[in-house]
Write a protein that binds this ligand. Structure first.
Ligand SMILES: [Fe+2]
Length: 242
């Protein structure tokens, strides 16, 4: 493989789309191939439903959310990974500078993962059934009791930002509605089953500050077939850990 000169390497990386600044980089760093983990090639997933057909959540809002917030997170994650790959080989880089970008890596990863779960668990009829309904009744006594707690957790995040993550905890083998105030705040070792975005960008265009009305609308659009699929796979994962 041809070794690039410093000038050639800088030109290659700068035009790669990540906008990487190489000021201060050593020649060795510029010539170090990026780790595969830092390829930064995550792809934007299309909306898995017709945005015009959700009940109580407008097409304009959904498309804005998908285009600006979700798609923006994917692009940012790619840029962060590529920049980390470049910085990794720079032995003169202060650790605290690297740490700033590591924080961004975690935040953008959380945003991408949670948004993809969120959009994939929308577009349904809102009627719980099958294995998930059985398990909810076992863990919560009734569907109504579980739903009340899920919505109450969402309403508690109204006016601020965060996520509600109904999850299967692999460590405790329990089902809980976890409160999460940002993309990096999750219960350890748990599989998201149903994800509710409580950032204002997810509802303010339609409901203003009336977050509870958005939570009600969200419940009418839950794709429980997807939630059932996630739960079935998480049950198998938990069984394999025992
Ligand atoms: Fe969002």
């Amino acid at each position: 493989m041809k070794r690039l000169s410093r000038r050639e390497a800088m030109g290659t990386i700068i035009t790669a789309g990540a906008g990487v600044t190489l000021a201060g980089m050593t020649e060795a760093a510029a010539q170090t191939p990026a780790a595969p983990a830092f390829r930064g090639q995550h792809q934007i997933k299309p909306l898995p439903f017709d945005a015009a057909k959700l009940k109580g959540i407008s097409e304009k809002l959904v498309k804005s959310h998908w285009e600006n917030n979700y798609s923006g997170a994917v692009k940012a994650l790619n840029a962060v990974e590529q920049r980390l790959g470049t910085m990794l080989g720079d032995k003169d880089l202060p650790a605290y500078v690297y740490g700033d970008l590591k924080r961004e890596e975690l935040a953008r990863t959380g945003s991408v993962v949670l948004h993809e779960h969120y959009f994939a668990n929308l577009g349904g009829d809102g009627k719980a059934g099958d294995v998930m309904l059985v398990a909810i009744k076992q863990h919560w006594g009734s569907y109504e009791q579980w739903e009340a707690e899920f919505k109450k957790t969402g309403n508690a995040l109204g006016g601020g930002s965060g996520w509600v993550i109904f999850a299967h905890n692999f460590h405790t083998d329990e089902l809980h509605n976890y409160w999460s105030w940002d993309h990096m705040h999750n219960a350890p070792f748990s599989r998201p089953l149903l994800v509710l975005d409580m950032y204002e960008h997810a509802y303010h265009m339609d409901y203003g500050a009336a977050a509870a009305k958005y939570v009600d609308a969200f419940m009418q659009n839950v794709n429980w077939e997807e939630v059932n699929r996630r739960f079935t796979s998480s049950q198998k994962a938990v069984a394999s850990l025992r």
